[in-house]
Design a protein around this ligand. Structure first.
Ligand code: CP
Length: 335
């Protein structure tokens, strides 16, 4: 038996199913080098991603060990900004696919001596790292690295400033499809601190592309009115945004940015914008509440609603994050 045949024979049925995926979306992913944001993903690519993530979720829950799908690949997690969910789930995803993972500890790296993100990137690329999963507080930083090093490494944007967080939007979309089958025609509300939210932007691009009726709401200082150019309806009151909605994505109030006096007071924000069971009654029958995390409990969402196993999808989102990131890594890196 050849080495290749032995490798294939050692794979689970799910891993082989992943390898058998075909169609125009698979071809587009094969030709894609980076995942920088949702706005440049085609509907074929999105459908393929969902098919791949469904198989990856089955792999996760089947009890099978890591599969030798990306054994020749090395992935570097470069988190210049804090993360729990995204960083852990990318690491778990890469390991489940058999890849080698390094987590650069930015605080103890040469970044602390003033090394630029481009020099750090060049250094790791010289060590034959295949892909960077990068989070940075500067909007456009993933695009910058892709411009500088994109011929040598695959770049996955794990959140750049206020701009985008594509894998969060992809896992949100995947989670909605599990509940509803399709988002076409569904009213989806995104509420809270829209201005500072990369999650909101990536979701607006993706969900409008897939035919959802997207409404955003928050205080005037935290909702840029020009976002209506993305095809969403802008509100400053919570109630009209959530009325009849099938999904309500509640965003974290980015307290670290409120020193600029963008809201009158935390108490006022809580009174006017906090999602709770009473407000959820305005939404559609069976509506679900989502939150990308981390949550400010009892500020933008009540404890009771966040922990309501029937109405809240918060932990389902977290679990789906691993499956969706496995799919992204597989589609970008398996050749
Ligand atoms: N949703 C999200 O990006 O969470 P982390 O900051 O914990 O990665």
């Amino acid at each position: 038996m050849s080495e290749h045949s032995a490798l294939v024979a050692s794979m689970s049925s799910h891993a082989r199913e992943l390898q058998k995926l075909s169609g125009p979306g698979v071809d587009s992913w094969k030709n894609r080098r980076h995942l920088l944001d949702t706005k440049d993903l085609s509907t074929d690519e999105l459908q393929t991603l969902v098919r791949a993530a469904t198989i990856c979720k089955e792999m996760m829950h089947s009890g099978e060990g890591p599969q030798p799908l990306l054994t020749s690949r090395t992935i570097a997690n470069l988190f210049y900004e804090n993360s729990t969910r995204t960083r852990s789930s990318f690491e778990l995803a890469a390991k489940r696919l058999g890849a080698t993972v390094i987590n650069l500890d930015i605080a103890s790296s040469s970044v602390a001596k003033g090394e630029t993100i481009v020099d750090t990137g060049r250094t790791l690329a010289a060590m034959a790292v295949d892909a960077f999963v990068q989070r940075h507080n500067c909007s456009g930083s993933a695009m910058q690295i892709a411009r500088e090093l994109g011929d040598r490494v695959h770049i996955i944007n794990a959140g750049d400033g206020w701009n985008g967080h594509p894998t969060q939007a992809l896992l949100d979309y995947f989670t909605m499809l599990e509940v509803r089958g399709s988002v076409k025609g569904a009213k989806i509300a995104i509420v809270g601190d829209i201005t500072h939210s990369r999650v909101a932007r990536s979701n607006m691009w993706l969900l409008t592309k897939m035919g959802a009726d997207v409404h955003i709401a928050g205080p005037p200082t935290l909702v840029p009115p020009e976002l209506s150019s993305l095809g969403v309806t802008v509100h400053n009151k919570l109630e009209p945004a959530i009325e009849g909605a099938s999904f309500i994505i509640v965003l974290r109030l980015q307290l670290e940015r409120q020193k600029q006096g963008l809201i009158p007071s935390i108490g006022e924000y809580r009174r006017v914008y906090r999602m709770d069971h009473a407000r959820l009654k305005l939404a559609a029958e069976g509506a679900k509440v989502m939150h990308p995390g981390p949550m400010n409990r009892d500020l933008e969402i009540t404890h009771a609603l966040a922990d309501d196993a029937e109405k809240s999808l918060v932990l389902t989102q977290v679990g789906n994050g691993v499956a969706v990131r496995m799919a992204v890594l597989y589609l970008l890196l398996a050749r």
